[in-house]
Design a protein around this ligand. Structure first.
Ligand SMILES: [Zn+2]
Length: 154
């Protein structure tokens, strides 16, 4: 049984839309596992204006958002989508459709794939603000090291 498209936050159901069962995990910090059937149900129930703008990368598994984004610069490059007249971040929308509302101290979603325009819920992890910043800084340091080593070869 599927929910209506407009019921994206699962407000009328005790369970997330796509999971359609209680969220269970080893601890409250570990993201629950989604089965291939859960992912298929998520995809099958996305509004057309969302699903038609997602491109799946065969090499990384990223779901790359091809619609509007939050621009460039700080806080930029995140996909944005209109749901029920409200603009929201597409990665948060898909994550909450699959796993339910984000609760607790870990209210930031970190892109473990480091692709800001990816909205694959399985590439997202709930983290604290501090963890999110630390991971971002570590990723930037790694990128800088790679750039230095690649340019020093020239
Ligand atoms: Zn990704």
């Amino acid at each position: 049984m599927f929910q209506e498209v407009g019921d994206h936050m699962g407000a009328s159901s005790p369970f997330p839309v796509a999971l359609n069962r209680p969220v269970t995990a080893r601890s409250k910090w570990v993201r629950p596992k989604a089965t291939p059937e859960d992912i298929q149900r998520l995809i099958d129930n996305l509004p057309w204006h969302v699903s038609s703008r997602i491109w799946v990368s065969q090499s990384t598994g990223c779901w790359l958002w091809a619609g509007a984004d939050s621009g460039s610069g700080r806080g930029g490059e995140y996909g944005r989508v209109s749901i029920d007249g409200k603009t929201t971040a597409v990665h948060i929308y898909l994550y909450t459709r699959l796993f339910g509302p984000i609760k607790g101290k870990r209210k930031y979603l970190d892109h473990t794939c480091r692709a800001r325009n990816c909205c694959n819920p399985e590439h997202l992890e709930q983290v604290t603000h501090r963890m999110n910043c630390a991971r971002r800084d570590a990723a930037q340091r790694k990128l800088r090291r790679q750039l230095v080593s690649s340019t020093s070869l020239c």
